[in-house]
Write a protein that binds this ligand. Sequence first.
Ligand code: SF4
Length: 281
Amino acid sequence: MKLVVARSAGFCFGVKRAINKAFEVAETEKNVFTLGPIIHNPQVIDALSKRGIGVADNISDLKKAGAKKVIIRTHGISLEDRNRLEDEGFELMDLTCPYVQKAQRYAKLLKDEGYQVVILGDIEHPEVIGLKSYAGKEAWVVKDSEGLPKEIKNRAGLVVQTTQPVDELKKLVSRMIEQTRELKVYNTICSSTALKLKETEEVAGGVDIMLVAGGRNSANTTQLARLCENLSVPTHHIETADELKEQWFRGAGKVGLTAGASTPDWIIEDIIKVLKGYGRT
Ligand code: SF4
């Protein structure tokens, strides 16, 4: 029995940077909170909470909890929330991923240049809520090319939520070309997401069973699990090694393992250790 682990399994660059800095600040400072969970992984949130980093859902809760320093998570926050935090006197530790910051800058640039901004993404995702605040009141958020409104102006600009699939961007661009006279496109898709999907697909294509590790509330991990299921490979989405069941692996020649961008190495290592215990690697 053989275990094949996707090379890109686990933390991406932006998450690794944010989590390392959050653990560092926990060593030296008190009354530090994140506005919303720093990443979508309950085990990491729990580990940070044990070191004194709390989570507040909104600015009122930050005030009630007596927060001094506020960590801005990798997805970023809206301009309104940032201004309010500054006005309220909180010290900000901005851990927005540099790729998300770049998308925010492009959204603002398009708005300032007078383009009608279109954002390809999930309207409820915190990253998109943040992007929209930079793109101005007239900005549209569309989840796919079908959602493009007819009322779009002749001069339009497009930015993309960093985790969107490139195929959806291509479809939207070709539809927007038909509806506009001038179109400016910033491809702000993060290559780490595309690489993870590609590698997961490669691993899943050659194994009998796939394990996808990561938070059930992580969009990225869920996307990986859905991809494997769509390839008709028996797939188990687990958060930790405790959920593994030995009977899943009976008769399996090769087992594949991948993990979302918010899954820490220690969870991946624990899973590998348990699988080794089954004699599957
Ligand atoms: S997936 Fe990409 S954009 Fe998102 S946090 Fe990771 S590196 Fe940054």
